[in-house]
Design a protein around this ligand. Structure first.
Ligand code: AMP
Ligand code: MG
Length: 504
């Protein structure tokens, strides 16, 4: 497919281009266009077949619903079954603008658009070109961000071309977008209004109009076990190709820590890039330093974030360290995107910097198979390093030797578990310098409940950012063999992350 690109110039030639793009949308084709937030990939929202093309062009999971864009208030009635008073109040204040609201859907909206849900997300964008195009295209345009799924959203037509050239029919180039982060999403379909995705319109701005608004729990808790209410928010997103670590703390501590980490990488022949602000740029010694904006002007940081993440994919960096950008206003939306891009890898530095882990502890249920295997593999890989490796179980009534199949697989791979006997986890096995990795989620929850003071507790899968481990329990020797291979890969990633965070 050839992707036609038309440029909006703000003169009378625009009319014909908008009409042409609108005709394409009516024919069921895909047209990317600028909104005030990011570029959207548009299709006729009332045409299930047209909308489903969006999913294939983006490689988007089909359970991730699309936002329907409208250009006039009167258009809303056709696609929703009810308009709550609070929604009306918010629309009056913020539409056209960067606010998406969730409504109970009407029969006119195909389930292909809503990922099978009975609700529909609707927005009226605050950008003249977008509004004209929506009208020209029939009034109802489904438009997720115009990027390949998982990549940063697009803020220029060139970014759209980089991701979707040859996969969509047209790109309407309207220059760089002004906001640069996707819309705030508020769910008004339940009893209390809930923010499902933070954006340019902040919680405070919403509360001024309709009173109490909650944040979806998944946005405030670091716990990755809570499933967010916006289906799309559960996916890893915006990820640059290189590893990204966010460093949090007082400005001078952050600069010192990042410089130290960059030097450490350089000693190992690796190049690390830095994302910083105008205020801190002069203090960095790294080869690749990118200024995201000024702390005096949060909007500049929001506007440049996705472009910088994309730029790093073309740079020769082995990894990226970024400052963090919390603040009451836009900071929440910025950090939400940045943390997703970083896969929630955050390093908190205090006075004197961060301490190294002195112990790596694997916790399984019985401490007789997967736990000891992980311990043995990690011990071999970390030989000679200043970190102690242990494994413990949550349900150990009396000491038992290692499962025979597990032991056989280990021996075949040159690792001995001489004399390992299962032991039950105790408080003194953990502590500040201990990184606790559990084999599954239930064990993590149990530790969090019984030892709430223990700070570094992750599932192995979560810390390694990898696929879930398939349990060999009750299986054949070959199952233990596969588990061994998987554990080896996961532990390599664990070690890499510990090193990358400067904690090994
Ligand atoms: P994008 O258009 O790429 O910015 O993604 C749209 C976001 O809106 C995703 O995170 C979706 O999960 C979310 N969304 C769309 N429709 C709904 C809905 N009916 N309920 C909850 N979240 C939704
Ligand atoms: Mg998106």
């Amino acid at each position: 497919m050839v992707t036609t690109i038309v440029t909006i110039r703000g003169d009378e030639s625009d009319e014909a281009k908008i009409t042409q793009a609108g005709e394409m949308l009516k024919e069921g084709k895909l047209v990317a266009f600028p909104t005030e937030t990011v570029y959207g990939l548009g299709a006729n929202a009332l045409d299930a077949e047209a909308a489903s093309k969006i999913y294939s062009a983006k490689g988007r999971p089909s359970d991730n619903p699309l936002i329907v864009h409208i250009a006039d208030w009167d258009a809303l009635g056709l696609i929703v079954s009810e308009i709550p008073t609070k929604a009306r109040m918010l629309a009056e204040k913020f539409w056209p603008g960067p606010l998406t609201m969730i409504f109970p859907k009407s029969e006119r909206v195909p389930y292909e658009i809503t990922g099978g849900l009975d609700t529909v997300a609707v927005r009226m964008p605050g950008n003249e070109t977008a509004l004209r195009l929506i009208r020209a295209g029939g009034g109802y345009i489904a438009a997720p961000s115009a990027n390949t799924s998982g990549r940063p959203s697009t803020t220029t037509a060139q970014h759209v071309k980089d991701d979707l050239d040859g996969k969509i029919d047209m790109i309407v180039d309207g220059g760089e977008v002004p906001i640069g982060l996707e819309s705030t999403i508020v769910d008004l379909s339940g009893e209390n209004p809930v923010i499902l995705r933070p954006g340019y319109i902040t919680q405070e701005m919403l509360e001024e109009v309709i009173g109490k608004v909650q944040m979806d729990e998944a946005l405030i808790k670091e716990d990755s076990n809570i499933v967010p209410k916006a289906p799309g928010m559960k996916y890893r997103h915006y990820a640059p190709k290189a590893d990204l670590l966010v460093v949090e703390g007082k400005q001078e501590d952050v600069v010192a820590k990042i410089n130290e980490l960059v030097r450490e990488k350089a000693d190992h022949g690796l190049t690390a890039g830095v994302i910083c602000t105008e205020e801190t740029e002069p203090y960095y010694e790294a080869e690749i330093v990118r200024v995201i904006g000024s702390r005096e002007d949060e909007a500049s940081i929001a506007r440049n974030l996705f472009a910088i993440l994309r730029e790093f994919d073309d740079l020769d960096a082995d990894g990226i360290y970024s400052e963090s950008f919390e603040s009451p206003g836009l900071g929440q939306a910025i950090m939400n995107r940045l943390l997703k891009a970083a896969g929630h890898q955050v390093l908190k530095v205090g006075r004197g910097g961060i301490s190294k882990y002195s112990r790596l502890l694997f916790v399984s249920s019985g401490n007789t198979s997967v736990g000891p295997m992980a311990e043995g593999i990690a011990r071999k890989k970390l030989e000679g390093r200043a970190v102690e490796i242990l494994s413990r179980g949550l349900v150990v009534l009396f000491p038992e030797p290692v499962n025979q199949k597990a032991e056989a697989v280990m021996i075949r791979n040159g690792i001995r578990l001489d004399g390992h006997m299962s032991r039950r986890l105790a408080r003194e096995d953990m502590g500040d310098g201990c990184l606790v990795l559990t084999i599954d989620k239930k064990q993590k929850e149990e530790i969090k409940k019984v030892y709430p003071e223990q700070s570094s507790v992750f599932t192995l899968e979560e810390y390694a950012r990898s696929q879930p481990l398939s349990s060999p329990y009750g299986g054949e020797l070959a199952d233990y063999g596969r588990c061994f291979e998987q554990l080896e890969q996961m532990i390599d990633k664990v070690i890499r992350r510990m090193e990358w965070e400067g904690r090994l």
